[in-house]
Ligand binder design. Structure first.
Ligand SMILES: Cc1ncc(COP(=O)(O)O)c(C=O)c1O
Length: 431
């Protein structure tokens, strides 16, 4: 199949496209989700929370049923639903008792919500660098960034596999830090026999519409700690209203919100959870096909999976080695797009380089929390603090957004052929 592809003219320069089909948008929903949503809609009870102290403080029937299923699936003591994982992250940072001016070490190679959850409590994100091959927090860089103000590590299981939790847990234990796992992109990924996200003090998953399973919007936090679970529930549902009636946990740092997920979403979530393992299996098979098909293309580095772990491929991450390839990422992506390859991405803007961090004015002009009286520390967000993450952003990283389409084996074969065609003619893309 691949042998004569190299002879073709690149589509970028007027040749025929290698990929001629169109692609279906990813959709993990079917009749089961429609029936589940309809059944709830017919009852008229679309949410059954009360913000006063009663059993309904913890939500309605479908909320409780979905949370029970999540507990069983992820093998944790507590699963708590939220109306987004952004809400779940905000609640997680509050639940571990973070105070204004505390520092949390976090990766810059993630979606913005990971770090804004820290700012929400007027605490300070401190960005540590990442592993070049697996893109998660580099434990060595985490250690270097610990100060007397550090209270937690917020680690992200980026693109579908867990961070190095053994090492991060060791660092946390030695320095009396809490760990939150942002496992938005890695539901059902395994880390040494446990599900990613379940090893931290609090972990959690996103149920937004791009994820393996989704409820439109939504999130699930997981923890094995009773007090943290209670705090998460309080922050989810107007903590201050029931504070006087609780007396069970220290609630000094709890501002409550309405972070509640509805009954219809939870009914859909129940059905989606049943499909998670199979959806992941399909994604892993497609990734295996890509691994086989792309191996041997000079200067293209396929995903590296951590020992004793599994990858669930929210994205299919690739790296370009420009010691070998004489071109640049933008030109290569342009050539692949011209061949009809869908869903090509070039990764995240490093969070520390976003204007908010560069200007330190997240909360209007006061510059809180960085420049407030309680925190006159000079936090460094300059380019250069995370050289690996920055290099990936600037030049080396690209991905196939495997989450965006319902790819089948045939589609992936065509994508592989397109890569071979571009690589076979890479000289034409020389700078
Ligand atoms: C790594 C990461 N963290 C946090 C979030 C936020 O999740 P949500 O969209 O459910 O608020 C996302 C969503 O894309 C994500 O990918």
């Amino acid at each position: 199949m691949k042998s004569n592809i190299n002879d073709h003219q690149l589509a970028l320069f007027g040749g025929d496209k290698e990929v001629k089909c169109t692609f279906e948008k990813y959709n993990p929903h079917s009749q089961e989700e429609i029936d589940a949503a309809t059944e709830v809609a017919k009852t008229g009870v679309l949410s059954n929370y009360l913000a006063g102290w009663s059993e309904n403080f913890y939500g309605g029937k479908k909320v409780k049923e979905f949370e029970r299923d999540c507990r069983d699936f992820f093998k944790v003591k507590h699963a708590i639903t939220f109306n987004s994982w952004t809400s779940g992250l905000v609640a997680a940072v509050g639940a571990i008792g973070i105070e204004p001016g505390d520092e949390i070490i976090v990766t810059p190679w993630t979606m913005a919500a990971t770090a804004t959850a820290i700012l929400h409590w007027n605490a300070i994100p401190v960005f540590a660098d990442i592993e070049e091959d697996m893109f998660c927090l580099d434990p060595k860089s985490v250690e270097k960034n610990i100060t007397k103000y550090t209270k937690a590590i917020l680690s992200v299981d980026i693109f579908g596999q867990s961070a190095n939790m053994s090492k991060l847990k060791e660092i946390a234990a030695n320095n009396n830090l809490k760990i939150i796992s942002d496992t938005a992109q890695a539901p059902a990924a395994l880390y040494k026999g446990s599900y990613a996200g379940t090893i931290a003090d609090i972990g959690g998953f996103s149920l937004n519409c791009h994820k393996h399973i989704h409820t439109g919007e939504g999130g699930i936090a997981v923890t094995n700690n009773d007090d943290l679970a209670e705090r998460l529930c309080l922050i989810r549902n107007h903590a201050e209203v029931v504070a006087s009636e609780m007396g069970r946990v220290d609630i000094s740092n709890l501002i409550g919100h309405n972070f509640r997920l509805g009954e219809i979403e939870c009914a859909i979530g129940i059905e989606q959870l049943k499909k998670l393992k199979e959806l992941v299996r399909v994604r892993q098979e497609l990734a295996e096909q890509l691994n086989d098909g792309l191996k041997g293309l000079k200067g293209l580095i396929t995903p590296v999976v951590r020992n004793n772990c599994t990858h669930v491929y929210y994205a299919y991450p690739l790296r370009l080695d420009f010691g070998i390839i004489n071109s640049n990422r933008e030109t290569i992506i342009k050539a692949l797009r011209a061949e009809g390859v869908p869903g090509l991405g070039s990764g995240y803007i490093n969070l520390h380089l976003l204007p908010m961090y560069q200007k330190k004015i997240a909360y209007g002009n006061s510059g809180f929390p960085w420049n407030s009286d309680i925190c006159k520390r000079n936090i460094n967000y300059q380019k250069g603090i995370c050289p690996i993450a920055e290099k990936l952003q600037d030049s080396d990283y690209m991905c196939i957004e495997i989450c965006a389409y319902d790819f089948n084996e045939k589609n992936i074969s065509m994508i592989i052929n397109a890569f071979h065609k571009v690589w076979g003619n890479i000289e034409q893309l020389r700078l």
